[in-house]
Design a binder for this molecule. Structure first.
Ligand code: SAH
Length: 397
């Protein structure tokens, strides 16, 4: 047994030494692997064999891949590798939630979380080191942004968690759902996230049903449309406010993509499937966005959107400047939405004792520049109005 909140040093991570001279096959989709094999003069069906070895058998040594020819195994050993990041520590909550700190290249660490909730087991993974969006109530934002994760670093989280949870001898726990709700804004790392999603869904790799994988976004509108074209997994949108004035303040990205445009993209996202709904996440902040008027405004806003609402009572972190509303306020907010026939669930807080709840993931994010270091230092104190930076990318609508 582990004590709640205490890090447990982990040894069984099979982290391969970094080999920058070799191509890492871990993050390559079926199509990219087929190209790779064609380029080295092999038949494309090798891609499926390799996907199964890596993602289903969890084999990382080419020498063990017995259905590949001896010559091909030797070639792969020279040119390629299957490289996984290392798990630095494991934290177990009294409620069964587990959080892992994962060291990725360039001296950073990200966090991933497993939340068991019979019959489900949800794995929450990260898409970036830190985050550039500056949502005022989120502790990841305080870390600043360092870089995008590669497709290998994203799918590695699924690989590692499955290895630890499903391949263990005792106490096996299945991952039934994956949510991209950890550190980062997935739609600002679009190409790598979509490659990793392909590997989550691909039958010869992880084989998750589309609906069991959820991408959560603060609302990068053009990329919502692109996701729909490319890989329409379940969509969750972090709304948090029922009008632009308040949302501009809480989610500064709203100044680029206001609510009307965001909801139009959400309607387009689900228009081809009458059963599908967008999940709207709404963090309840005491005295900020939690009044009956806000609830009625939200209900009116969502009246013509196929929507489910997930209310998330604010999870506190030091010097956030916000508080969680009392339970009766949360219930009253929910009842108003339900009264307007909007499916509404109040999310249970999980893993709070190990800082694994929504918005508490921080990892270890290296400052990118002097400016970032200053900003990080400044944000140790309660901040005023945040400004939006889109990090590595600037988007055009
Ligand atoms: N950038 C994406 C993915 C992060 S998901 C997005 O914004 O959707 C993390 C979810 O937890 C989001 O809905 C986020 O708004 C919410 N969250 C952030 N900080 C929180 C906090 N302190 N308490 C509760 N929920 C929080």
């Amino acid at each position: 047994m582990t004590t709640a909140g205490n890090p447990v040093p982990t040894t069984a991570t099979r982290a391969a030494p970094e080999r920058p001279d070799r191509i890492n096959l871990l993050g390559l989709t079926r199509a990219r692997l087929e190209n790779y094999f064609q380029e080295i003069g092999e038949r494309p069906f090798r891609a499926v064999q390799l996907l199964k070895w890596i993602h289903q058998q969890h084999v990382t040594e080419f020498s063990t891949m017995t259905n590949l020819s001896k010559a091909l195994r030797t070639r792969l050993e020279q040119d390629a590798a299957i490289q996984l990041p290392e798990i630095v520590s494991t934290h177990e909550s009294i409620d069964g939630t587990t959080k892992w700190l994962v060291r990725v290249a360039s001296g950073n660490c990200i966090e991933m979380v497993f939340i068991p909730d019979e019959p489900r087991g949800t794995l929450c993974i990260s898409s970036q080191v830190g985050c550039a969006l500056n949502c005022t109530f989120c502790s990841t934002a305080r870390q600043g942004f360092n870089r995008n994760l590669s497709s290998a670093e994203i799918i590695a989280q699924v690989w590692l968690a499955r290895d630890l949870l499903e391949n263990g001898v005792a106490n096996k726990r299945a991952i039934t759902n994956i949510v991209l709700m950890g550190m980062g804004e997935p739609l600002l790392n679009f190409d790598n996230v979509v490659d990793a999603l392909d590997l989550m869904l691909e039958d010869n790799a992880n084989g998750f049903a589309r609906r069991r994988v959820t991408l959560s976004t603060a609302g990068v509108v053009p990329r919502i449309d692109a996701l729909r074209q490319r890989c329409p997994v379940s969509l969750a949108v972090s709304l948090h406010a029922p009008n632009d004035r308040l949302r501009d303040e809480l989610v500064p990205l709203n100044k680029h993509y206001p609510i009307r445009e965001l909801l139009a993209a959400c309607r387009r996202y689900v228009q081809d499937d009458a059963r599908e709904k967008v999940t709207f996440e709404y963090v309840l902040l005491d005295g900020v966005n939690d009044s009956p008027t806000h609830a009625r405004e939200l209900a009116a806003l969502l009246a013509d959107v196929p929507a489910k609402v997930n209310l998330i009572p604010f999870n506190p972190f030091p010097q956030s400047g916000y508080q969680r509303p009392p339970p009766q306020v949360i219930d009253a907010f929910r009842d108003i939405l339900m009264g307007k026939k909007i499916i509404t669930i109040t999310r249970k807080t999980r893993g709070q004792d190990i800082d694994a709840a929504c918005g508490q993931l921080a990892g270890e994010v290296q400052p990118r520049s002097r400016r970032m270091r200053l900003r990080k230092a400044a944000s140790a104190a309660p901040t005023g109005r945040a400004t939006v930076t889109l990090g590595a990318e600037r988007l055009q609508s």
